[in-house]
Design a binder for this molecule. Structure first.
Ligand code: ADP
Length: 524
């Protein structure tokens, strides 16, 4: 009797996370509406930030570039050799950012540290460049253009981008707090410190990690068609896609927009889709979502992200499990005779179990749940015991936890399909003839012109999407759930879903940033 009641209760909770075909289609319509609104004006739910990057690579790009990545805890420096045949080699170093620099008095303290790391990197890995640099410093010569490394700067904090290598810091996040930097151009701050060390390095591009993902995928993915969308499903979620320039009216009709290449007729737009539908017109909203949001540091903000990304899914699951534990009628983890083979013992939740702490469950646990099909759910029970302080869990309990976990993961994937489907629909890529008339076709060597410039073949029909992040990489069947929902979207359907190719794009902040530096060097 107990196991039936348990299974039924788990089913009931899982059903709260249902996000069916009608809900998906309503959300897609809202996403398309917010996309268009964001292209026209500031202060909308989807920020739709113009990136000043106006072309995607096609795999033939060549050269040696540098990239740096200031994310959260680490600063990464790398050099990338693009071989021009969709492959590349990458050399990289990583250093932890000293806490005191994150909260320094002046920008200089942080940025001179970053420049110093670039110098160290050159010394270690590009001795030739570095030696030449020392010699010139002594003789007072300047660098020749071709000796200078173009560098892509991945900077994962909110910036108001006003040029391909110009962006004003809006606010620090993730534990950084240097008041002086706010409102400053972070590229200029880095360049100034690089110049003080007389390094042969030019900060050529300011890079958002989603744009890096898009560029990296477009370079490495085989085929004639450029990638449409780069998307991240990691700690957070976001996407950047190729938009027709004439739709980005908030940029094209701005008097002081700064320089960008108009010849391709396209621009990559950073959607900042984590804040899609903050006003909850179409997003699902369970009691667990509500509680998570209320207890978060930014209630009412990033509402899409709070239902989709790695930072939050574990917490949603934890709140759903807690809800059941509080319910005296529900027998989860109350097994007094949990039959683990021949040993009979009582299930116990330890007082200091992470189940009782905010953010106590990591999203990787959802992947473990989804991946454990073994009879008796050995992995799930073991993880509950080792990582979550619940000992002697019965197979029935594990099955109940798994059912809820699957529902949370599936909803996240179906929500992801909303963003992907809306972008596929709204860019007209399913309908190449429409794309053809909307785009100009001037060809630059090594850079793809807009889609739809040639005769349509099967390969031209492919809609390529690059993804990155632990959730999409490791959660079992995440892509299958996305695809199922894509087929349910009006205007996409089974036919459209088949054209969508989704592939992992690694090293967005390395090779992706290098490619943006390359594009910036060409047009800048
Ligand atoms: P980031 O987005 O910070 O660059 P990741 O792509 O590795 O880094 O994402 C980290 C997030 O992914 C964390 O929220 C973590 O909980 C989650 N995560 C880590 N491992 C897994 C996994 N195996 N399955 C699902 N989510 C995971």
């Amino acid at each position: 009797h107990r196991s039936m009641a348990l299974a039924e209760q788990a089913k009931r909770v899982a059903a709260e996370f249902a996000f069916g075909p009608d809900a998906v289609n309503r959300a897609v319509k809202e996403f398309v509406r917010e996309m268009d609104e964001g292209l026209q004006k500031e202060g909308t739910e989807l920020s739709q930030i113009p990136t000043y990057v106006t072309a995607v690579p096609n795999g033939t790009e060549k050269g040696l570039y540098m990239a740096v990545d200031l994310g959260g805890t680490n600063f990464r420096v790398c050099s990338i050799q693009l071989h021009g045949n969709t492959t590349f080699s990458l050399t990289q170093s990583k250093v932890a950012i000293p806490r005191e620099l994150m909260v320094a008095k002046t920008s200089k303290e942080l940025f001179s540290f970053l420049a110093k790391q670039i110098e160290n990197f050159l010394k270690t890995h590009h001795e030739d460049h570095y030696a030449g640099h020392i010699r010139r410093r002594q003789t007072g010569e300047t660098f020749k253009d071709e000796e200078i490394f173009n560098l892509g700067f991945t900077f994962s904090f909110p910036v108001n981008q006003i040029g391909i290598n110009k962006g004003l810091l809006m606010r620090w996040t993730k534990g950084f707090d240097i008041a002086e930097t706010v409102g400053q151009d972070v590229c200029a701050l880095l360049q100034k410190e690089i110049d003080e060390l007389h390094l042969p390095v030019r900060v050529a591009a300011l890079v958002n990690d989603t744009v890096g993902t898009l560029m990296a995928r477009s370079y490495t993915s085989p085929g004639k068609t450029g990638t449409l969308l780069g998307a991240i499903f990691g700690t957070g979620t976001n996407g950047a896609y190729v938009e027709k320039l004439n739709k980005v009216t908030k940029l094209t009709q701005k008097a002081d927009a700064g320089d960008y290449d108009k010849s391709t007729g396209e621009m990559i737009v950073n959607t900042e889709w984590g804040s899609f539908d903050n006003s909850l017109r179409t997003l699902p909203n369970t009691p667990y979502d509500i509680e998570l949001d209320e207890k978060s540091v930014n209630p009412g903000i990033q509402m899409f992200e709070k239902r989709v990304s790695g930072m939050f899914l574990g917490e949603i699951l934890r709140l759903a499990i807690l809800g059941l534990l509080k319910d005296p009628a529900f027998p989860l983890f109350r097994d007094e005779n949990s039959a683990t083979n021949d040993v009979h013992s009582t299930t116990q939740i330890h007082d200091n179990s992470p189940l009782y702490k905010q953010w106590g469950i990591d999203t990787s646990f959802l992947s473990i749940c989804a991946g454990d099909n073994s009879p008796g759910y050995r992995m799930i029970r073991q993880t509950l015991d080792k990582d979550y302080g619940v000992s002697a869990v019965s197979a029935e309990d594990a099955e109940a936890v798994r059912a809820i976990s699957l529902a949370v993961g599936k909803r996240a994937a179906r929500l992801s399909a909303v963003a992907i489907g809306a972008i596929v629909l709204n860019t007209g890529r399913l309908n190449p003839s429409a794309a053809k008339s909307a785009a100009t076709t001037e060809k630059k060597e090594g850079i793809d012109p807009p889609r739809g410039d040639g005769a349509a073949s099967d390969e031209d029909d492919v809609i390529d999407i690059g993804v990155d992040g632990s959730l999409v990489e490791f959660y079992p069947n995440f892509e299958d759930h996305i695809r199922e929902a894509l087929r349910e979207i009006e205007g996409v359907g089974a036919e459209g879903e088949k054209k969508v190719r989704i592939g992992i794009a690694k090293d967005g902040s390395g090779v992706g940033a290098a490619l943006i530096a390359l594009v910036a060097g060409r047009v800048g």
